[in-house]
Write a protein that binds this ligand. Structure first.
Ligand code: TYD
Length: 245
């Protein structure tokens, strides 16, 4: 398969049909703009299964997305889109960079769901940007931004419900969107990338145990166990991971 792009945690290959891509989940973990790097054996497989299941669940809504089907342990078939170079972050509880940036205590429930944007640019370390910056740099037009923001809020409500059913609290998450072009040359803005414990903060509702990539960021250990716990709660049958405990 022809490699089209290699990112920090995934590779994209040319798909079998026109307009399709094969998204491959690697075991690489990075944090703090790739200053911290490691390989966590089996992480890519679990993220592929969890993200596939979440995108399938999103089919219950009318939210358009890129996911077609999971092909193998590490691969999924997706629609080819032009990624909009913005990350949208939704926060319900304070954690991570917002605590450092604004001095807010981790775990504080935010009075309203917060939206932030980052520029997808590794050389600039994905800086936080405003809607006015997005407009000034013409990264997305107003109509696209309205779609991105309203869809992100709908995903937030959907994921909050999905995770609360399995005793998990959704703290924050990051989404990416892409332009899906049809044969008329028009495009639709659709949800892309992945939704996994790499891109969400997820805490056990009762114990507040971190079940997400903070286990790697903060050297807490037990990342595979935590991701497996999420998969088990979602009734996902994972393949044998051959991970040494
Ligand atoms: P944030 O606290 O801003 O940054 P960090 O990931 O460096 O702690 O992250 C908020 C949420 O968005 C968190 O669940 C991780 C996710 N996220 C990504 O998946 N990729 C990113 O590049 C960023 C900035 C955040």
């Amino acid at each position: 398969m022809k490699l089209l792009y290699e990112g920090k945690a995934k590779k994209l290959f040319k798909g079998p049909q026109k307009g399709t891509i094969v998204q491959y989940f690697k075991d690489d973990a990075t944090a703090f703009n790739a200053q911290k790097k490691d390989t966590v054996i089996g992480k890519g497989i679990i993220n592929n299964y969890i993200s596939s299941r979440i995108f399938q669940a999103i089919n219950q809504t009318d939210i358009p997305h890129h996911f077609i089907k999971r092909l193998s342990e590490r691969e999924q078939l997706i629609k080819e889109v032009e990624i909009i170079p913005i990350e949208i972050i939704i926060r319900k509880v304070a954690a991570g960079t917002i605590c450092k940036r604004l001095g807010i205590k981790e775990g504080q429930v935010l009075p309203n769901t917060l939206v932030e944007f980052c520029l997808k640019n590794d050389e600039l370390s994905d800086p936080i940007i405003s809607r006015e910056h997005i407009e000034m740099m013409q990264l997305a037009n107003n109509f696209e931004m309205e779609t991105i923001i309203s869809t992100a809020f709908r995903i937030s409500d959907f994921l909050t419900g999905l995770f609360s059913m399995i005793q998990i609290q959704l703290i924050d998450f990051k989404l990416e969107f892409g332009r899906f072009y049809n044969s008329n040359g028009f495009h639709e803005v659709i949800l892309a990338d992945e939704i996994s414990p790499d891109s969400c903060r997820l805490w056990d509702i009762k114990t507040k145990k971190k079940l997400d990539k903070d286990r790697f960021r903060r050297n807490l250990g037990g990342l595979i166990e935590a991701y497996t716990d999420i998969a088990n709660r979602m009734s996902i049958k994972l393949p044998e991971l051959n991970v040494e405990k």
